[in-house]
Every structure is written in C-alpha cells, then in structure tokens.
Design a protein around this ligand. Sequence first.
Ligand code: ATP
Ligand code: ZN
Length: 213
Amino acid sequence: MSSVLRIALQKSGRLSEDSYQLFKECGIRFDYGTGKLKSVSSNFPAEFLFLRDDDIPGYVEDGVADLGIVGENVAVETGRPVETIHKLGFSKCRLSIAVPRGTDWVGIHSLNGKNIATSYPNLLGNYLAGQGVQANIHEISGSVEIAPSIGLAEAVCDIVSSGSTLLSNGLKEVETIFRSEAILIARPKLNADKQELVDKLLFRIKSVQAAKN
Ligand code: ATP
Ligand code: ZN
C-alpha cells in the first residue's frame, strides 16, 4: 500500500487561511471550508484533517496525523513531544503580560503575590519561575483581557499582535514572554515512505518561501 501523509490544519481561525494558501502555493489541491473534517488531495498523496489548533499537537504525537500546523505558542504550551520541522513565517504574534493602564509597574517583580489570568499556564509558569516571581496563575480559556475589569486578576498574560485589544480593555503591555509564528510539526520517527513525502513537501515549501524573499 502506498503511503498517504495525514496533515492536521486548524479548521477555522487565525492559522487557517495562510495554511490553506501555503499548500495551494505548493501546488497541492484539496477542498476546505466545506464543513467536512477531512479532505483528500487530488494531486498529492496527502489527506487533510481540520481540527481545533489546541488538539493538533496531541493528534500528531498520537500518530492520528503525521504533520500539523500550529502556533509555536500552542506547541510549547501543550508540551507534546513532537518535532518542529519548519518555521512558516505567518501568524506572528507574541505572548505578553499586561496590566491595567494606571498600575505602577517597576518590572516583573511587581507581579509577586498577584493573580494573573492566562490561557498559557505552562509558558507563564516557566517564565515566572525563571524570573523568581511567585504569582497565582488562573487558567481561563478565553476573553482573558476582561479578567482585570471583573476583579478576577491584577494582570493578564495573553496573545498580542497589534495591541489594540489590550488598549480597548484599558490594559498596557509590560513584558513580552514569548514570540511565536506558525510552525510545521511532525511525529518523530516517521517511516521511510512518509519521510520521503515530508521531504518532498518541505522542498516545495522552501521553494515557495524563497520565491517570496
Ligand atoms: P481554535 O478554535 O482552533 O481553538 P483559537 O481561538 O484557539 O482557535 P486563534 O485565535 O485562531 O485560536 O489563533 C490561532 C493561533 O494563531 C494562535 O495560537 C497564535 O499562534 C496565532 N495568533 C493568535 N492571535 C493572533 C493575532 N492577533 N495575530 C496573529 N496571529 C495570532
Ligand atoms: Zn485554540
């Protein structure tokens, strides 16, 4: 039986459009946006799975998918043992700490003993531990930026790109803890047939990127 690469992409969100575009530019055709969970390419031995981004590292680790595209922030936060095989240069953002605009900020130690709301407890916890800061991390899954205004936390740690969401919630960015972009992740130890397909795909991706620079 000939091998087919299974590739997990975000179903709909900030990674989706550029992920679909990347494969299109690589000359790999498949249907997306049809509401289906799966689509087989008509001209490359690949099958695409459309999932929530947070689930992608786990599916790649478990071998449900061979490859996936996620933000580095999600790959690191989930801590799954997958390989980063290429950086893709889109969905660039940063994970930053922000506090209400009127807060006195004299550096990261201002967070000692404070409550911080975030969807990235591991990334934040590691960063604070590295800085010797002891704070209480409250994990929430969405709308992190409203936490200070409802009295849940004195600070947030959230994804920022332009900073306009922070601004409109009366917050100021005080510390960047992680910089992220979309990455291609792979299951370690793919068999030789699949590895050959991955190499083919990577060659095309690099050519597309080179043509843009
Ligand atoms: P899902 O429904 O799949 O769980 P989500 O709401 O968790 O989606 P998105 O907001 O679509 O996730 O973000 C996906 C990834 O895109 C993030 O993990 C991050 O790497 C990147 N990202 C998030 N916000 C921005 C932004 N404002 N600009 C650029 N990239 C971003
Ligand atoms: Zn998500």
